[in-house]
Write a protein that binds this ligand. Structure first.
Ligand code: AMP
Ligand code: TRP
Length: 331
């Protein structure tokens, strides 16, 4: 049976890229798949997190996901560290993945930067833990933004290598689901960089919890060029900032880039920006309200994650036990 698994890091500042590249798709997929969604706190500590900040961020991400439409009565929502199978399987995958494969991971290169010797060992083996997250549930489909494609290829390599080494067909080969017109939302101040939680400038991103005033100010200030809005899609490839705004608009409306170009092409950016602002506010304002309400009852959020973890354990425990048998451990 088809099963969805996906994860998001509780590292603060969830933004429109997370929303359009991941969360919005997670919500839609619930009607056609069994879905397991994980707040990956163990991935978060691959770079140092203050404990009190981490706890707050886990609950905040839970509130954002529920407010966006994750249905906790059907889908499973939990935080990773509560389910030990992730760490157990990750160790086995540390012994399956090759150093050469990890050396090719661009996210590690980006996050470790120039000072690679000082990066944590966890940051290096991060993709092995991600493969364990997915394969502990034998998930078949993984909805993510474009930046995670390489990690999912590694997950397939790990599954193939494990199956070959142990002469089994135990692990499925996962399919990435990279959906919609905003699979890579870019920085509002620089169209060549990804919108990210960690960029110093808050004006580089729209946070899911931003007020209407903030959203309006940020879109007004968003970088564009001095030409009118592109009137053909062939123009988009060298007009990155324009492409980004059009992509965000199309994804929010659930239509194609071409449809937006048809409506706004040749016009001024200020008209497009006004309508885009309205569209973002319309989408995010109800979510923001609901987040506030949910965060008033943190005990309830904690209970939801705990219940989710129990359901996650029921699925992953037998899978990981079987892996241990295959590997030759006494269980
Ligand atoms: P992270 O915040 O790194 O845990 O990412 C959570 C999810 O959001 C993953 O599926 C990412 O691929 C997706 N994501 C993160 N940044 C962006 C972005 N700028 N555009 C589209 N998707 C993104
Ligand atoms: N690495 C992902 C990111 O940074 C988060 C993640 C962890 C994930 N485990 C996962 C995504 C499993 C999909 C499936 O965005």
């Amino acid at each position: 049976m088809d099963r969805i698994f996906s994860g998001i890091q509780p590292t603060g500042n969830l933004h429109l890229g997370n929303y359009l590249g991941a969360v919005q798709n997670w919500v839609k997929l619930q009607s056609s798949y069994e879905c397991i969604y994980c707040i990956v706190d163990m991935h978060a500590i691959t770079t140092f997190q203050k404990p009190e900040t981490l706890i707050g961020n886990i609950l905040e991400v839970a509130s954002i996901l529920i407010a966006s439409g994750i249905d906790i009565n059907n889908s499973i929502l939990f935080n990773q560290s509560r389910v030990a199978m992730h760490a157990e399987l990750a160790w086995i995958f540390n012994c399956t993945a090759k150093i050469g494969w990890l050396n090719r991971m661009t996210q590690f290169k980006d996050k470790a930067g120039k000072n690679r010797e000082k990066a944590s060992a966890g940051l290096y083996v991060y993709p092995n833990l991600m493969a364990a997250d997915i394969l502990a549930y034998k998930a078949t489909h993984v909805p993510v933004g474009d930046d995670q494609k390489q990690h999912l290829e590694l997950t397939r390599d790990i599954a193939t290598s494990f199956n070959d080494n142990y002469k089994t067909d135990f692990f499925p080969l996962v399919e990435p689901l990279i959906l919609g017109e905003a699979t890579r939302v870019m920085n509002l101040r620089d169209g060549s960089k990804k919108m990210s939680k960690s960029d110093e400038s808050d004006f580089s991103r729209i946070n899911i919890t931003d007020s209407a005033e903030k959203i309006s100010a940020k879109i007004k200030k968003a970088k564009t060029d001095s030409l009118p809005v592109p009137d053909s899609s062939s123009e988009l490839s060298n007009r990155l900032e324009a492409k980004n705004l059009i992509g965000i608009f199309a994804a929010l409306r659930g239509i194609s880039l071409q449809d937006i170009i048809k409506d706004y092409g040749g016009g001024s950016f200020s008209v497009l920006k006004d309508d885009l602002t309205e569209c973002i506010i319309e989408e995010l304002q109800p979510v923001g309200k609901e987040i506030k309400e949910l965060l008033n009852n943190k005990d309830e959020l904690d209970k939801i994650l705990k219940d989710g973890a129990e359901r996650a354990k029921e699925i992953s425990r037998p899978v990981v036990n079987e892996v241990k048998n295959i590997v030759g451990f006494l269980t």
